[in-house]
Design a binder for this molecule. Structure first.
Ligand code: PAF
Length: 318
């Protein structure tokens, strides 16, 4: 399979590297971290596995899109969610009528964009619990394994042949080590992950604590639970079937499983980068308004994160 990874940072490089190890023809593309690209060009991509091994993967990398021979069969979009439109615009030359466009990005709100740029029916969306950190240029730490779920945003537009092709992609991602499963209900999967991110990411980013502290400290744990309880009815309206205690168990379970990790939002804050808050708190507050579900805690978290760290595409909370 011909693959291009657009936004080959930590997770994108890991996914691309794992696919390349399986013999797929992968290109990594990252226009904003030229050092990373150069390091991969010079000595391959190094992947530190969760078991402590280091794999060296020969995979071509580019900082310019025109270097990548297109079109590709799978375009993986791994940029920060607010940079999706730019990334898709740049990647246009790689997209042909048979290209699948896959996003495993955090948040909700880029689905229309993906549909617009992908050929009919070929926009794929999903979530992953795989953890990755860029530890040095050209070197990715595979911080932890976890399930990857993906499926089509417009399943009705796919015939049986296309659906079988898509299931082949899921199998390829699974064989690469990503624990990938076909997800028929993408919306439910996205909103379940959104609930987790909306509770953990703003709190850790504002408080400057690793994920585990949110359950180890009784006061923070009580706040975390309130945030989950408040957002849950909005997630339920988007198909998440969890009862309050189950939702709390899910979020607290993620805090424990990733106890020593810094959330992606805290990492963004520490690096002085814009956060993804508009696509995490934003959908909950806006959907809450539409549904008549008050979300004052989420609105406050959104405003505080935005006040501390302005985001590039302003969607201010009212
Ligand atoms: O965005 C993140 O950091 C991750 O999605 C999660 C699950 C909160 C773990 O840190």
């Amino acid at each position: 399979m011909n693959v291009a990874i657009v936004g080959a940072g930590a997770l994108g490089s890991l996914v691309g590297g794992l696919l390349a190890r399986q013999g797929h023809a992968v290109w990594l593309y990252n226009p904003s971290n030229v050092e990373h690209v150069k390091a991969i060009q010079a000595r391959g991509l190094l992947i530190e596995t969760p078991e402590g091994d280091v794999w060296r993967v020969e995979v071509p990398a580019a900082a310019q899109i025109y270097e990548i021979p297109g079109p590709v069969e799978l375009l993986g979009v791994f940029v920060k969610v607010y940079a999706t439109r730019d990334a898709l615009e740049r990647a246009k030359p790689l997209i042909a009528p048979n290209t699948w466009v896959l996003s495993l990005q955090n948040g909700v709100g880029i689905e229309e964009l993906l549909r617009r740029y992908a050929p009919a029916g070929r926009a794929l969306r999903g979530t992953t619990a795989q953890g990755a950190t860029l530890v040095a240029p050209g070197r990715v730490r595979w911080a932890g394994r976890g399930p990857t779920r993906l499926g089509p945003l417009s399943p009705e537009a796919l015939d049986e042949v296309a659906l079988n092709e898509l299931k082949g992609i899921v199998r390829a991602l699974d064989a690469a080590g990503l624990e990938a499963r076909y997800e028929p209900d993408v919306e439910r999967a996205l909103w379940e992950k959104l609930l987790v991110n909306a509770a953990i990411n703003p709190l850790t980013a504002l408080l400057g604590v690793p994920n585990g502290r949110l359950v180890e400290d009784p006061e923070l744990r009580a706040i975390l639970r309130d945030v989950v309880r408040e957002a849950l009815p909005v997630a339920q309206a988007h198909g998440v079937p969890l009862a309050p205690e189950e939702a709390i168990a899910l979020v607290e379970g993620v805090c424990r499983a990733t106890a020593r990790n810094l959330s992606s939002m805290l990492q963004d804050v520490r690096r002085g980068r814009p956060t993804e808050i508009d696509f995490i708190s934003g959908p909950i507050v806006r959907e809450g308004e539409r549904l008549g579900v008050p979300t004052p805690l989420q609105r406050l978290l959104w405003r505080l994160v935005r006040w501390l760290h302005p985001t590039p595409a302003p969607r201010p909370p009212r």
